[in-house]
Design a protein around this ligand. Structure first.
Ligand SMILES: [Fe+2]
Length: 291
């Protein structure tokens, strides 16, 4: 089936972007409370996919996101659920810790989402495009041509940026990888908002979302923000329902149970706060397009 690309036209005002709710109802509730506090409407909120994953309330989280009216694209988990697949489709190495644990949570999540919810997931777009502050934005899950591709800050982005340039895309908003970052190369920006359903392997329980704002000088600010939420209740829900304990622990101690998917640089950052790294990339003036 060809990918569904949805064009949102022109967006104005502050944008709130987040990834991976991961069946974490408490984090998703906190995200929407934050959006309300910031007075950002649903039409300016974007989720980069994987509504369902590791945590304990796939049905409730899907219901909340579905009713919110925000923009959502398919993650690999939505695709796997819609196709009736046997695992999450993350592409973990066979018999790795991630692979073994994902089978456990995926099998349980399948039982907790309704047929209507799966139908909703199947109809989600694979990517979004829109104009914002004179720039062309594209929203993807992993990468445009590979939904489950892990793209981390330390990796070479040149081929991705070349693909953007070939298609006149200025900014890519990506998800899937769980660690937020913004990379600005020339006039192109690759921005990953991280995920709200699982901490970012910093050794702290908060998660991350992003705000994107046009500045008075025409530049665009990409800022990463911590999301605090009731992780104790989220972990308790997982334990009550028998979801994998290593991920329940991760909600509290902020450390991933496996580093299988991480490049060496990101592995070395385990247990270290991201704040300094992301603060240094707050304001990214884009080069003005030629008139
Ligand atoms: Fe994903």
């Amino acid at each position: 089936m060809p990918p569904i690309v949805k064009d949102l036209g022109e967006l104005t005002g502050a944008l709130l972007v987040f990834g991976g709710p991961y069946s974490n109802l408490q984090a998703t509730e906190a995200l929407f409370a934050k959006a309300e506090q910031l007075n950002i409407p649903a039409t300016n909120i974007i989720c980069t996919g994987d509504v369902v994953a590791y945590c304990g309330d796939p049905g409730g989280t899907t219901d909340l996101i579905q009713k919110s009216g925000i923009h959502v694209i398919k993650g690999n988990v939505e695709i796997s659920l819609a196709e009736g697949a046997g695992d999450c489709g993350c592409g973990f190495e066979e018999d790795s810790a991630c692979d073994l644990l994902s089978v456990q949570w995926f099998n349980q999540a399948v039982k907790e989402v309704s047929a209507d919810q799966i139908e909703w997931k199947a109809a989600l777009p694979d990517s979004l495009q829109f104009n914002f502050a004179g720039q062309r934005f594209e929203v993807v899950h992993g990468a445009r041509t590979e939904v489950s591709r892990f793209v981390f800050a330390s990796q070479d982005h040149a081929p991705l940026l070349e693909d953007m340039a070939n298609r006149a895309v200025d900014v890519t908003l990506a998800g899937h990888n769980g660690i937020p970052y913004t990379k600005c190369l020339g006039s192109k920006v690759w921005h990953n908002a991280g995920v709200i359903g699982m901490p970012a392997n910093e050794g702290q329980p908060h998660c991350w979302f992003s705000l994107i704002k046009e500045q008075s000088d025409g530049s665009i600010e990409f800022s990463h923000h911590k999301l605090s939420y009731d992780f104790n209740t989220a972990a308790a829900t997982m334990r009550k329902k028998g979801y994998p304990e290593p991920y329940a622990q991760a909600l509290s101690n902020g450390l991933w149970p496996s580093l299988d998917v991480l490049p060496e640089v990101e592995k070395l950052m385990t247990g270290r706060p991201l704040s300094d790294q992301v603060r240094s990339q707050l304001l990214l003036p884009l080069q003005q397009k030629a008139a």
